[in-house]
Design a protein around this ligand. Structure first.
Ligand SMILES: [Zn+2]
Length: 110
């Protein structure tokens, strides 16, 4: 059986087109994946800076009753420690502050 040369050429062109189409699809997928990764990275960056803002907003400045230092910033709803004397400072979500002095051993206590 003889296949006309014209048919062979058309077949060859058709295969080339398919390969080109396939390659285009792969490139588009790669581009899309890269764009998605960039978008995720951008979102993560945005979320982190928002979280930093939120922590700064929710932190309050507390003067330590034990040593009088004013350099302590503690987030609402958390417990921090005076950076100078170690007194535990608990800040409620409503901003209420409680102090827990370090345990001191006293003579005569039972
Ligand atoms: Zn202190």
């Amino acid at each position: 059986m003889r296949i006309p040369i014209g048919s062979l050429i058309r077949l060859g062109l058709s295969i080339s087109e398919n390969v080109a189409e396939y390659q285009k699809g792969v490139n588009e997928k790669t581009r899309a994946a890269r764009a998605r990764d960039e978008a995720i990275a951008e979102t993560n960056k945005y979320n982190r800076s928002r979280l930093e803002d939120q922590i700064a907003r929710e932190s309050i400045s507390v003067e330590c009753p034990n040593c009088g230092s004013t350099g302590n910033r503690i987030r609402r709803g958390s417990t921090g420690f005076c950076q100078f004397c170690g007194t535990a400072i608990q800040v409620g979500f409503n901003g209420e502050i409680q102090f827990h002095k370090p345990e001191i051993e006293r003579d005569g206590d039972q």
